[in-house]
Design a protein around this ligand. Structure first.
Ligand SMILES: Cc1cc2nc3c(=O)[nH]c(=O)nc-3n(C[C@H](O)[C@H](O)[C@H](O)COP(=O)(O)OP(=O)(O)OC[C@H]3O[C@@H](n4cnc5c(N)ncnc54)[C@H](O)[C@@H]3O)c2cc1C
Length: 331
C-alpha cells in the first residue's frame, strides 16, 4: 500500500505548529513518529491533505522524571537511567509497546494520542467498502453495537493507563495559550472524538508528580502476539503500601473501552486491608465485575473480562512485593 499524497509542513516551534493547525483545521493532522498515523493513511483511513510534522519542534523532545516532552522517543525514555530508577513502571510499560524498531521512532505523545481501534475499521479501503464502512470511516452505521450513535472503537495505547494511575497531567498548547489537564480527564467516550483537544491544540508535555516515585506500580498486558502487538487488555495499578498493607491505590484499564478506564471506585473497599492471595483475588473480581466489553478487537469479551480479574490480582501482588514490581505478563 502506498501513502496518499499530502503536503508536509515542518514548523520549528510549538507556536508555529499551532498556527498551522489552526489555519488548516480538519484538513490537517499532526505527525510525530508516524508509526500509527501513517499506517492509517496507508489504509486510507481519514487521511488529510496537510500533515504537520512535530519532529522538527525541539521543545517537545526533552524529558526528565518530572516531565516528558510529547516528542520524546519511547526508546529514549525506556532506556533512561533516571526513569528506570525513579519510575520503573514507565520503562516496563514502554518495553511492551510494539517493537524495538517502532519504539525508536514512536513518541510518548503519539502513544497517548494513538487512534482508537476496531476490527471493522482497521482494514483497507477495499475491505471497508465491501461493508459500506462504519461510523468512523465512510459509513453511517456502527458494525459493533446495533443502532449506536457513538463509535465504540477501543483505546489501545499502553502508556496512558500507567500514567493516569501515577497522577500525571498533560500540558496542551493552542491558539488561546496553554492549559494543564489531568490525564485522567483527557480522554472522551466517543471513539471518533477521543479526547478534549480543541481545534489547533497539541500535546506539549506530560507532567508526573514527584509523589509518584513513592508509590509501587505494575502494568500487565494481554496481546495476541508476544513479539509485538497492541494490547487487547492492559491493567495498570499504582499503590501506596506499607508492606502488604494497602494505604491507597489507583487501577486503570486499557483496551476495554473507548478511553482508559478508571476502576478506582471498585477497589475503595479494600483500602486499609492487608493484601494476600485471597484479597488480591477479591480485588480482581471487583474490578472485572460489571465491565461492558464489546466484541471489536482480538480475543472474546468473556476471556478479556476474565483476564481483567487475573491481571488485576497479579498487579496487586506485584505492588505488595509478592511478585517482581513492574514484571509484565508477557515477560
Ligand atoms: C505493528 C504495530 C504495533 C504497535 N503496537 C503498539 C502497542 O503494542 N502499544 C501501543 O500503545 N501502540 C502500538 N502501536 C502504535 C504506535 O506505534 C505507538 O502508539 C506510538 O507510540 C505512536 O507514536 P508516534 O509518535 O509514532 O505517533 P504518530 O503516528 O505520529 O501519531 C499518532 C497520533 O497522535 C497524534 N499526535 C502525535 N503527537 C501529537 C502531539 N504532540 N499532540 C497532538 N497530537 C499528536 C497524531 O496526529 C496521530 O493522530 C503499534 C503500531 C504498529 C504499526
Amino acid at each position: 500500500m502506498i501513502l496518499p499524497p499530502f503536503t508536509l509542513h515542518e514548523p520549528k516551534t510549538v507556536d508555529e505548529a499551532v498556527a498551522l493547525k489552526t489555519k488548516f483545521g480538519k484538513d490537517a493532522d499532526f505527525v510525530a513518529g508516524g508509526t500509527d498515523l501513517l499506517c492509517n493513511y496507508k489504509y486510507e483511513i481519514n487521511a488529510k491533505p496537510h500533515v504537520i510534522s512535530l519532529g522538527t519542534v525541539t521543545e517537545l523532545k526533552s524529558f526528565d522524571t518530572t516531565r516528558i516532552g510529547a516528542g520524546a522517543l519511547l526508546d529514549d525514555v525506556m532506556t533512561d537511567s533516571g526513569m528506570r530508577r525513579d519510575l520503573p513502571v514507565i520503562p516496563a510499560a514502554i518495553g511492551v509497546i510494539s517493537s524495538h524498531l517502532l519504539r525508536q521512532t514512536g513518541t510518548v505523545g503519539g502513544n497517548l494520542m494513538v487512534d482508537t481501534r476496531c476490527f471493522w475499521f482497521n482494514q483497507s479501503k477495499f475491505w471497508r467498502d465491501s461493508i459500506s464502512g462504519c461510523l468512523k470511516s465512510e459509513g453511517d452505521a456502527c458494525r459493533v453495537v446495533w443502532g449506536a450513535k457513538e463509535c465504540v472503537a477501543v483505546y489501545s495505547g499502553d502508556l496512558a493507563p500507567v500514567l493516569i494511575t501515577l497522577g500525571a497531567s498533560v500540558t496542551i498548547a493552542g491558539p488561546k495559550g496553554r492549559r494543564v489537564v489531568p490525564l485522567g480527564e483527557f480522554y472522551e467516550h466517543d471513539g471518533i472524538k477521543r479526547h478534549v483537544l480543541g481545534e489547533g491544540e497539541l500535546l506539549v508535555e506530560i507532567r508526573i508528580p514527584t509523589e509518584a516515585r513513592t508509590w509501587k506500580a505494575s502494568y500487565r498486558k494481554l496481546r495476541t502476539r508476544e513479539s509485538f502487538d497492541f494490547p487487547v487488555l492492559g491493567v495498570a495499578v499504582a499503590a501506596k503500601v506499607d508492606g502488604d498493607l494497602l494505604l491507597d491505590a489507583h487501577v486503570n484499564l486499557g483496551a476495554v473501552h473507548t478511553t482508559p478506564l478508571s476502576r478506582d471506585g471498585a477497589i475503595s473497599q479494600f483500602i486499609g486491608k492487608r493484601i494476600d492471595e485471597a484479597t488480591a483475588s477479591e480485588i480482581g473480581e471487583a474490578v472485572a465485575d460489571g465491565l461492558v466489553i464489546h466484541n471489536n478487537t482480538a480475543m472474546t469479551p468473556a476471556y478479556r473480562r476474565k483476564m481483567v480479574a487475573v491481571f488485576t490480582k497479579r498487579c496487586f501482588l506485584d505492588v505488595t512485593g509478592k511478585r517482581a514490581v513492574a514484571e509484565t505478563a508477557s515477560r
